[in-house]
Design a protein around this ligand. Structure first.
Ligand SMILES: *Cc1c(COP(=O)(O)O)cnc(C)c1O
Length: 415
């Protein structure tokens, strides 16, 4: 076949090229922790190749599952193709993936400085600020990246759309500002369905695969799409530190990828219905959703193919209202995490962003919604009854105070 395949087709078929040769149709799960060695020499050569980040030699062995696992490798090949990358490397969590990225671009290459563009997921902010990995971190706004770079800067960390307030940063502009310094983009919220950071010059696209990629709330995992050279550096860190993804998790993720485009489209459609409803509600002071301000700088147009299914909102009744609403919803589960087929609600300042220093922490009246695959009318009715339980406030709805969603981002997920 010569024409490039549509992303929907890639999602269903990628990472499966060896299955026919194996005589199977569904993805096999290989649980071996150790593997037979042909002889000492080729066993040793295989070990050497993989402990330094390479792949198992054709005439060698996979040796040990901390070095290589074929079920994980198939998922990695699939995700790489969806992200338009040469390779990807999977980890036991999003944070293990971020840890490996930081170690491979600081300590391992003799650099010690990281530029981190805020806002970031609370766990990432916490990891960077903890000093645990020996990196020195400068936090900055998107326009301050160039002036934050130093000779010892090894990495720029960016998240867009950012957790929890859906801030959008211009990936290509930040890559330009970073110059020679590699940029990792946390692409968890957009997924490869809506955004491919590597096409915009980023060195790495990182996912908490726990969220949309898995999509069913039953796998903790992380993955980094990148060049083969960067993958070698990351596999080396993984082999040495052991932040592995279990093959059962890789199997579920690989299966989950097949429905990712369809899930994203439908969850996004639900989210857009809910945003339209929220901006008319007197209880809501502000809605955070990409495109609500009309995309004045054209960034959404340039880098995204849709606006996603995450929403944040500021409640007019402050923390008291936010707190009541989280316990009053029935369909929305009050829980952290996001991106699954069922809808979740949570309070970022108290939970996901609790470790973030006060100056960068979300406000106390902010709630975050992860919109699932339930019927949108049912979700709206659930929010309506939860709002009714919260302390009442008489204010005009947001639609009389702000621009409604523009037609420019109708949520059509383009190929
Ligand atoms: C959840 C999350 C992470 C961390 O991933 P884990 O799989 O929980 O370790 C990183 N970035 C973002 C944007 C997230 O939402």
């Amino acid at each position: 076949m010569t024409a490039p395949l549509h992303p929907d087709t890639v999602a269903v078929h990628s990472g499966r090229s060896d299955l026919e040769g194996l005589g199977v149709h569904a993805l096999p799960i290989d649980l071996s922790t150790t593997n037979p060695l042909p002889d000492i020499e080729r066993g040793g050569d295989s070990y050497e190749a993989m402990a330094t980040g390479g792949r198992p030699p054709a005439d060698g062995s996979m040796v040990y599952a901390r070095l290589w696992n074929p079920t994980v490798a198939r998922f990695e090949a699939a995700l790489a193709e969806m992200e338009h990358a040469e390779a990807s490397v999977a980890f036991g969590s999003g944070m293990a993936a971020m840890t490996a990225v930081i170690l491979a671009h600081t300590n391992a290459v003799g650099k010690r400085h990281v530029v981190a563009v805020r806002p970031l997921y609370g766990g990432t902010d916490h990891l960077l600020g903890s000093g645990l990995l020996g990196a020195e971190v400068s936090y900055c706004d998107p326009h301050e990246v160039a002036r934050s770079i130093r000779p010892d800067t090894g990495l720029v960390v960016l998240e867009t759309p950012a957790n929890p307030t859906l801030d959008i940063a211009d990936i290509a502009d930040i890559v330009r500002q970073a110059g020679e310094v590699p940029v990792v983009v946390d692409n968890t919220f957009a997924t490869p369905v809506l955004q491919n950071p590597i096409d915009l010059g980023a060195a790495m696209s990182l996912h908490s695969a726990t969220k949309y990629l898995g999509g069913h709330g039953d796998v903790i995992a992380g993955v980094v799409a990148c060049s083969e050279a960067t993958a070698e550096a990351l596999r080396r860190v993984r082999a040495v530190t052991g932040g592995l993804l279990h093959p059962l998790g890789a199997y579920l993720l690989h299966r989950g990828l097949t429905t990712l485009p369809v899930r994203m489209r439908q969850q996004q459609e639900n989210a857009r219905r809910i945003v339209q409803w929220l901006i008319d509600r007197p209880e809501v002071a502000e809605v955070f959703y990409p495109g609500l301000d009309g995309d004045p700088h054209g960034i959404l147009d340039r880098q995204m193919r849709g606006t996603g299914a995450m929403i944040a909102m500021r409640m007019r009744g402050g923390f008291a209202a936010a707190s009541t609403i989280t316990t009053a919803t029935a369909l929305f589960t009050h829980a952290v995490s996001l991106g699954g087929v069922d809808s979740l609600i949570q309070h970022p300042a108290a939970l996901t962003h609790r470790p973030v220093p006060p100056e960068a922490r979300p406000a106390a009246d902010v709630l975050r919604l992860s919109i699932g695959l339930e019927n949108a009318d049912d979700l709206i009715a659930d929010l309506a009854q939860a709002f009714a339980a919260a302390p009442s406030i008489a204010e005009p709805p947001l639609s009389e105070r702000a621009t409604p969603l523009s037609d420019a981002h109708t949520g059509a997920v383009r190929a």
